[in-house]
Design a protein around this ligand. Structure first.
Ligand SMILES: Nc1ncnc2c1ncn2[C@@H]1O[C@H](COP(=O)(O)OP(=O)(O)OP(=O)(O)O)[C@@H](O)[C@H]1O
Ligand SMILES: [Mg+2]
Length: 248
Protein backbone atom coordinates (compact mmCIF):
# COMPACT_ATOMS: atom_id res chain seq x y z
CA UNK A 1 0.00 0.00 0.00
CA UNK A 2 1.41 3.35 -0.98
CA UNK A 3 -0.42 5.86 1.09
CA UNK A 4 0.18 4.89 4.66
CA UNK A 5 -3.57 4.41 4.92
CA UNK A 6 -4.18 1.44 7.15
CA UNK A 7 -6.74 -1.17 6.20
CA UNK A 8 -8.39 -1.62 9.54
CA UNK A 9 -11.68 -3.09 8.45
CA UNK A 10 -12.24 -6.30 6.59
CA UNK A 11 -15.93 -6.22 5.94
CA UNK A 12 -17.01 -4.74 2.65
CA UNK A 13 -20.03 -3.12 4.25
CA UNK A 14 -17.97 -0.78 6.35
CA UNK A 15 -15.77 0.37 3.52
CA UNK A 16 -17.82 3.04 1.92
CA UNK A 17 -18.80 4.54 5.23
CA UNK A 18 -15.13 4.80 6.19
CA UNK A 19 -13.94 6.24 2.89
CA UNK A 20 -12.41 9.51 3.88
CA UNK A 21 -9.50 10.41 1.64
CA UNK A 22 -8.70 14.04 2.28
CA UNK A 23 -9.83 16.39 -0.43
CA UNK A 24 -11.87 13.76 -2.20
CA UNK A 25 -15.60 13.69 -2.75
CA UNK A 26 -16.14 11.84 0.51
CA UNK A 27 -15.24 14.92 2.50
CA UNK A 28 -17.98 16.92 0.90
CA UNK A 29 -21.02 17.62 3.02
CA UNK A 30 -24.62 16.95 2.14
CA UNK A 31 -24.95 20.30 0.41
CA UNK A 32 -22.93 18.78 -2.43
CA UNK A 33 -25.47 18.32 -5.19
CA UNK A 34 -27.33 15.47 -3.58
CA UNK A 35 -29.24 13.57 -6.21
CA UNK A 36 -31.70 10.74 -6.00
CA UNK A 37 -30.22 7.35 -5.25
CA UNK A 38 -27.85 6.07 -2.65
CA UNK A 39 -26.11 2.96 -1.49
CA UNK A 40 -28.54 0.74 0.32
CA UNK A 41 -27.90 -0.13 3.94
CA UNK A 42 -26.50 -3.57 3.20
CA UNK A 43 -23.84 -2.03 0.98
CA UNK A 44 -25.40 -3.59 -2.08
CA UNK A 45 -26.67 -2.24 -5.34
CA UNK A 46 -29.89 -0.27 -4.95
CA UNK A 47 -32.09 -1.42 -7.81
CA UNK A 48 -34.37 1.59 -7.46
CA UNK A 49 -31.59 4.12 -7.74
CA UNK A 50 -30.22 3.75 -11.26
CA UNK A 51 -28.03 6.52 -12.61
CA UNK A 52 -29.54 9.02 -14.95
CA UNK A 53 -27.25 10.32 -17.67
CA UNK A 54 -25.54 13.15 -15.95
CA UNK A 55 -25.39 13.53 -12.18
CA UNK A 56 -23.38 13.47 -8.98
CA UNK A 57 -24.56 11.29 -6.13
CA UNK A 58 -24.01 12.12 -2.49
CA UNK A 59 -22.79 8.60 -1.73
CA UNK A 60 -21.45 5.87 -4.02
CA UNK A 61 -24.17 3.54 -5.26
CA UNK A 62 -22.20 0.40 -5.92
CA UNK A 63 -22.57 -3.36 -5.71
CA UNK A 64 -20.22 -5.01 -3.23
CA UNK A 65 -18.82 -8.23 -4.67
CA UNK A 66 -17.21 -11.07 -2.79
CA UNK A 67 -13.84 -12.29 -4.00
CA UNK A 68 -15.36 -15.67 -4.90
CA UNK A 69 -18.00 -13.94 -7.03
CA UNK A 70 -15.35 -12.15 -9.07
CA UNK A 71 -13.21 -15.27 -9.26
CA UNK A 72 -16.19 -17.08 -10.76
CA UNK A 73 -17.10 -14.19 -13.08
CA UNK A 74 -13.57 -14.13 -14.55
CA UNK A 75 -13.15 -17.94 -14.68
CA UNK A 76 -10.59 -17.92 -11.91
CA UNK A 77 -8.81 -14.84 -13.29
CA UNK A 78 -7.81 -16.88 -16.30
CA UNK A 79 -4.88 -15.44 -18.29
CA UNK A 80 -6.88 -15.57 -21.52
CA UNK A 81 -9.51 -13.25 -20.04
CA UNK A 82 -6.94 -10.48 -19.45
CA UNK A 83 -7.97 -7.25 -21.20
CA UNK A 84 -4.90 -5.28 -20.25
CA UNK A 85 -2.56 -4.35 -17.44
CA UNK A 86 -1.65 -1.06 -15.80
CA UNK A 87 0.06 0.24 -12.69
CA UNK A 88 -2.78 -0.96 -10.45
CA UNK A 89 -2.83 -4.49 -11.77
CA UNK A 90 -4.50 -6.65 -14.41
CA UNK A 91 -7.92 -6.05 -15.92
CA UNK A 92 -9.99 -9.17 -16.67
CA UNK A 93 -13.10 -9.77 -18.72
CA UNK A 94 -15.96 -11.23 -16.68
CA UNK A 95 -19.64 -12.11 -16.93
CA UNK A 96 -22.41 -11.23 -14.49
CA UNK A 97 -26.18 -11.32 -14.45
CA UNK A 98 -27.52 -8.02 -15.73
CA UNK A 99 -30.03 -7.58 -12.88
CA UNK A 100 -28.43 -9.11 -9.81
CA UNK A 101 -24.81 -8.80 -10.94
CA UNK A 102 -24.22 -12.29 -9.62
CA UNK A 103 -21.50 -14.11 -11.60
CA UNK A 104 -22.69 -16.22 -14.51
CA UNK A 105 -21.17 -19.20 -16.27
CA UNK A 106 -20.80 -20.06 -19.97
CA UNK A 107 -20.25 -16.44 -21.00
CA UNK A 108 -23.88 -15.45 -20.45
CA UNK A 109 -25.30 -12.20 -19.12
CA UNK A 110 -23.49 -8.88 -19.12
CA UNK A 111 -19.77 -8.45 -19.81
CA UNK A 112 -17.80 -6.48 -17.22
CA UNK A 113 -14.18 -5.47 -16.72
CA UNK A 114 -12.65 -6.52 -13.40
CA UNK A 115 -9.53 -4.66 -12.25
CA UNK A 116 -7.53 -6.57 -9.64
CA UNK A 117 -4.88 -4.94 -7.48
CA UNK A 118 -1.48 -6.47 -7.92
CA UNK A 119 0.14 -6.85 -4.49
CA UNK A 120 3.28 -5.17 -5.88
CA UNK A 121 1.29 -2.23 -7.19
CA UNK A 122 2.69 1.20 -6.40
CA UNK A 123 -0.80 2.64 -6.63
CA UNK A 124 -2.84 0.68 -4.13
CA UNK A 125 -5.40 1.44 -1.53
CA UNK A 126 -5.67 5.21 -1.79
CA UNK A 127 -6.25 5.10 -5.54
CA UNK A 128 -8.77 2.29 -5.16
CA UNK A 129 -10.59 4.40 -2.58
CA UNK A 130 -10.44 7.50 -4.75
CA UNK A 131 -11.85 5.58 -7.72
CA UNK A 132 -14.85 4.56 -5.61
CA UNK A 133 -15.36 8.06 -4.22
CA UNK A 134 -15.25 9.74 -7.61
CA UNK A 135 -16.50 7.23 -10.16
CA UNK A 136 -19.03 5.77 -7.72
CA UNK A 137 -20.76 9.14 -7.60
CA UNK A 138 -20.14 10.74 -10.95
CA UNK A 139 -22.39 9.71 -13.77
CA UNK A 140 -22.02 10.99 -17.31
CA UNK A 141 -22.09 9.36 -20.76
CA UNK A 142 -18.39 10.20 -21.19
CA UNK A 143 -17.18 8.70 -17.91
CA UNK A 144 -16.75 4.95 -17.60
CA UNK A 145 -19.30 3.45 -15.24
CA UNK A 146 -18.02 1.84 -12.05
CA UNK A 147 -20.46 -0.93 -11.11
CA UNK A 148 -18.97 -2.20 -7.88
CA UNK A 149 -15.96 -3.26 -5.86
CA UNK A 150 -14.56 -5.99 -3.67
CA UNK A 151 -12.42 -5.70 -0.53
CA UNK A 152 -11.56 -8.94 1.20
CA UNK A 153 -8.41 -9.20 3.25
CA UNK A 154 -5.69 -7.90 0.91
CA UNK A 155 -7.79 -8.30 -2.22
CA UNK A 156 -8.92 -5.01 -3.75
CA UNK A 157 -10.91 -5.11 -6.98
CA UNK A 158 -13.05 -2.79 -9.06
CA UNK A 159 -15.81 -3.78 -11.48
CA UNK A 160 -16.56 -1.56 -14.49
CA UNK A 161 -18.81 -1.57 -17.51
CA UNK A 162 -17.00 -3.36 -20.33
CA UNK A 163 -15.63 -1.08 -23.04
CA UNK A 164 -15.64 -3.22 -26.16
CA UNK A 165 -13.06 -1.30 -28.21
CA UNK A 166 -10.53 -1.02 -25.38
CA UNK A 167 -8.31 2.01 -24.88
CA UNK A 168 -7.50 4.76 -27.36
CA UNK A 169 -3.83 4.00 -26.68
CA UNK A 170 -4.21 0.52 -28.18
CA UNK A 171 -5.82 1.96 -31.33
CA UNK A 172 -3.07 4.55 -31.72
CA UNK A 173 0.00 2.53 -30.85
CA UNK A 174 -0.66 -1.21 -30.81
CA UNK A 175 0.92 -3.11 -33.70
CA UNK A 176 -1.65 -4.52 -36.08
CA UNK A 177 -4.41 -2.13 -35.05
CA UNK A 178 -5.93 -0.49 -38.14
CA UNK A 179 -5.53 3.33 -38.08
CA UNK A 180 -8.56 5.25 -36.84
CA UNK A 181 -10.31 7.43 -39.41
CA UNK A 182 -10.23 11.20 -38.85
CA UNK A 183 -13.97 11.11 -38.28
CA UNK A 184 -13.55 8.63 -35.42
CA UNK A 185 -10.61 10.56 -34.00
CA UNK A 186 -12.75 13.67 -33.86
CA UNK A 187 -15.64 11.77 -32.28
CA UNK A 188 -13.27 10.41 -29.60
CA UNK A 189 -11.69 13.82 -28.94
CA UNK A 190 -15.11 15.44 -28.55
CA UNK A 191 -16.30 12.64 -26.23
CA UNK A 192 -13.22 12.95 -24.02
CA UNK A 193 -13.58 16.75 -23.98
CA UNK A 194 -17.23 16.41 -22.93
CA UNK A 195 -16.16 14.19 -20.04
CA UNK A 196 -13.58 16.77 -18.91
CA UNK A 197 -16.04 19.63 -19.34
CA UNK A 198 -18.56 17.82 -17.13
CA UNK A 199 -15.91 17.39 -14.41
CA UNK A 200 -14.67 20.97 -14.61
CA UNK A 201 -18.10 22.55 -14.77
CA UNK A 202 -19.56 20.48 -11.93
CA UNK A 203 -20.16 22.35 -8.71
CA UNK A 204 -17.04 20.85 -7.11
CA UNK A 205 -14.78 21.26 -10.14
CA UNK A 206 -13.19 17.84 -10.26
CA UNK A 207 -9.60 17.92 -11.51
CA UNK A 208 -9.00 14.67 -13.36
CA UNK A 209 -5.16 14.71 -13.48
CA UNK A 210 -4.66 11.53 -15.51
CA UNK A 211 -5.69 12.51 -19.02
CA UNK A 212 -3.89 10.12 -21.39
CA UNK A 213 -4.74 7.79 -24.26
CA UNK A 214 -4.74 4.65 -22.09
CA UNK A 215 -7.40 6.19 -19.86
CA UNK A 216 -9.73 7.06 -22.73
CA UNK A 217 -11.79 3.92 -23.21
CA UNK A 218 -14.02 3.25 -26.21
CA UNK A 219 -17.36 1.46 -26.29
CA UNK A 220 -18.60 -0.61 -29.24
CA UNK A 221 -19.55 2.59 -31.10
CA UNK A 222 -16.29 4.43 -30.34
CA UNK A 223 -17.93 6.64 -27.73
CA UNK A 224 -15.09 7.85 -25.50
CA UNK A 225 -15.26 7.50 -21.72
CA UNK A 226 -12.68 8.68 -19.19
CA UNK A 227 -11.44 6.10 -16.69
CA UNK A 228 -9.07 6.00 -13.70
CA UNK A 229 -9.87 8.57 -11.05
CA UNK A 230 -7.16 7.41 -8.65
CA UNK A 231 -5.19 10.68 -8.87
CA UNK A 232 -8.28 12.95 -9.23
CA UNK A 233 -8.80 15.83 -6.83
CA UNK A 234 -11.48 18.33 -5.99
CA UNK A 235 -10.97 21.91 -7.08
CA UNK A 236 -10.23 24.66 -4.55
CA UNK A 237 -12.86 25.39 -1.89
CA UNK A 238 -12.59 28.37 0.44
CA UNK A 239 -9.06 28.43 1.80
CA UNK A 240 -8.35 24.82 0.74
CA UNK A 241 -5.88 24.79 -2.10
CA UNK A 242 -6.08 22.26 -4.91
CA UNK A 243 -2.33 22.57 -5.52
CA UNK A 244 -0.19 19.67 -4.42
CA UNK A 245 3.57 19.24 -4.25
CA UNK A 246 3.26 15.45 -4.18
CA UNK A 247 5.42 13.74 -6.79
CA UNK A 248 3.15 11.75 -9.12
N1 LIG B 1 -13.64 -1.00 -18.54
C1 LIG B 1 -12.79 -1.56 -19.39
N2 LIG B 1 -13.24 -2.24 -20.47
C2 LIG B 1 -12.37 -2.82 -21.34
N3 LIG B 1 -11.03 -2.76 -21.22
C3 LIG B 1 -10.52 -2.10 -20.17
C4 LIG B 1 -11.36 -1.48 -19.19
N4 LIG B 1 -10.57 -0.91 -18.25
C5 LIG B 1 -9.31 -1.15 -18.64
N5 LIG B 1 -9.26 -1.88 -19.78
C6 LIG B 1 -8.07 -2.36 -20.48
O1 LIG B 1 -7.05 -2.62 -19.54
C7 LIG B 1 -5.90 -1.82 -19.83
C8 LIG B 1 -5.23 -1.45 -18.52
O2 LIG B 1 -5.99 -0.48 -17.86
P1 LIG B 1 -5.49 0.28 -16.58
O3 LIG B 1 -6.42 1.41 -16.37
O4 LIG B 1 -5.34 -0.68 -15.46
O5 LIG B 1 -4.04 0.76 -16.90
P2 LIG B 1 -3.49 1.89 -17.87
O6 LIG B 1 -4.48 3.02 -17.93
O7 LIG B 1 -3.12 1.25 -19.17
O8 LIG B 1 -2.19 2.34 -17.15
P3 LIG B 1 -2.01 3.25 -15.85
O9 LIG B 1 -1.88 2.33 -14.69
O10 LIG B 1 -0.77 4.00 -16.14
O11 LIG B 1 -3.22 4.14 -15.74
C9 LIG B 1 -6.42 -0.63 -20.63
O12 LIG B 1 -5.43 -0.07 -21.43
C10 LIG B 1 -7.53 -1.28 -21.44
O13 LIG B 1 -6.99 -1.91 -22.58
MG1 LIG C 1 -6.17 3.35 -17.07
Amino acid sequence: MTSGTTMTSKTSDSITTSLSTKGKLSSVGSSFMASAGSRNTSGGFDEGAKYSDDQILEAPNLRTFTFIELKTATKNFRPDSVLGEGGFGRVYKGWVDEKTMAPTKNDTGMVVAVKKLNSESMQGFEEWQSEINFLGRLSHPNLVKLLGYCWEDKELLLVYEFMAKGSLENHLFRRGCAPLSWELRLKIAIGAARGLAFLHASEKQVIYRDFKASNILLDANYNAKLSDFGPAKLGPTGSNSHITTRVM
